[in-house]
Design a protein around this ligand. Sequence first.
Ligand code: FAD
Length: 418
Amino acid sequence: MKNATRVVVAGCGPAGLMAATVLSEAGLPVHIFEAMGSAGRKFLVAGRSGLNLTHSEKAGDFAARYGDNAEIFKNLLAVFSPDDLRAWLRGLGVETYVGTSGRVFPKDTKAPDILKVWLETLGRRGVVFHYHHRWQGFAETGAPLFLAENGALLEFPAMAVLLALGGASWPQTGSDGSWTSFLAARGVHLAPFRPANCGLEVAWSEHFRAQFSGKPLKNLLLRCGDRQATGDVMVTDHGLEGGPVYALSGIIRDLLEKGAPVPLFLDLKRDLSLELLREKLAHPRGKESLVNFLRKAIHLTGPAYSLLREICSQEELKNPAVLAGKIKNLPVPIINTRPLAEAISSAGGVTFPEVNADLMLHQLPGVFVAGEMLDWEAPTGGYLLQGAFTTGYRAAQGLLRWLRQSTPQSPHPSPRHS
Ligand SMILES: Cc1cc2nc3c(=O)[nH]c(=O)nc-3n(C[C@H](O)[C@H](O)[C@H](O)COP(=O)(O)OP(=O)(O)OC[C@H]3O[C@@H](n4cnc5c(N)ncnc54)[C@H](O)[C@@H]3O)c2cc1C
C-alpha cells in the first residue's frame, strides 16, 4: 500500500465524502470529483428541514426499513451502524441526540457547519477536490473521464474508482442521474429511476384548491392496504404532501404502475372510535348547519371538514352513520405520484446483483458504487442518509481490500474494464 498511487471518488455527497474519509484514513491519496461547484448540495437541502441523520431503533427493525433489500442492509449496517455513524460524528465534533420519535439529529450544529468541518478534515488529510468535473465514463485505457467546466475532457488514471453519484431526485442539487448511460454502455444493469418518498396527486376541485392549498390536515391516520402512517399532511395545489404521505408513497407508486386501484383512506378522527363517533353524530342536529354540528360534536373543522364535503356526496353527508364511517375511512382518489424531480429520494439505479459484497461492479473490476445510485429505497426518518453513509463506508472498505489483493508487482493496476 505504501507504493499506492491515487484513487478516485466521483460525487461529493454523503456517500462519496464518507468513502473519501475511509480511503484517506487508510493513507491513500484521494482525488474526489464533483460535477457541481461545491460539495453536498442535497445534504444541505436535507439540513433545511431538520437534518435527520439516522434512527435509534434496534438493528433488525432498522434493516427491515430497506424492504426487499433488508437482508443486504443487515450485513451492510453490521459494518457501519447508526451507532458507528454517531461515534464518527462525535469524532468530527458533532454531538447528536435522539428525538422523541427515535430519530437522530445533530445537537446545536447545522448541516453547513457539519459539511464545513468534514471538508476541512478531508482537506487536511490531503484529499484533493475537483469541482465542476462531471464523470463521463471510462477511456479506452480504463481511466475515468471527467468533463471540466471549460469543455475539456480529462483522463485521470487511478488505481481504483468509487462512484457515488446519487439518485435522480432534486436534480438542481446535481443528482440528476445523467451517469446512467455510461454504466449501461458498459453492460451494467440499471433499474429505471422512480420517485420515492414523494407527494401524491389528487384532482381537487378549484374551490378546495383555492381555499386549502398550503393548509395542514392535522393528526391523521392514512391507510393503504395493510400499511398505515400517522401525522400531519399538507394540502397542496397538486394533492397531498408530508411524512405520512411519503411513508405510503412507495406502495401507492407500485399500485399505480400496475394500473391497480389505489385504496388510500384517511381517518380524520383517529382519537375517536367508530362506535363513539356514530354515537356522537346520532344526536339530532335540528336546524344547525353541518359545519357547526361537526365542530361542536367532534371538533372537526377547517380543511378536514371541507375535505369531507369535497369527497362525500350530499346523501352521505346527510346520513350520520354513513358520515361517521366516512370520517374514519375517507377514500382519497389518487391520480398519480408527484414527479421524480420533487421526490425526497429515488428508487432505481445500479441493482444489487450487479455488485459483489464489497459493492464492486462485476462488469467493471476496480469500480465500486455507493449511496443512492444503488437501487434501494427506505422511508424518511434518517434511513436515507444512513444508507448513503453506510454504503460509502462499505464500498471504500471493499476498494481497500481490492487494492490489497492486487499483486505487489503491479502497484498501479488500472481497472480492467474493456
Ligand atoms: C428535501 C430533502 C430532504 C431530505 N432530508 C433527509 C433527512 O432529513 N434524512 C435523511 O436521511 N435523508 C434525507 N434526504 C435524502 C438524502 O439527502 C440523500 O439520500 C443523500 O444525500 C444521498 O447521498 P448520496 O451521496 O448517495 O447522493 P447525493 O447526496 O445526491 O450526492 C451525489 C453527488 O454526486 C454528484 N454527481 C452526480 N452526477 C455526477 C457526475 N456525473 N460527475 C460528478 N459528480 C456527479 C452530485 O452533484 C452530488 O453532489 C433528503 C433529501 C431531500 C431532497
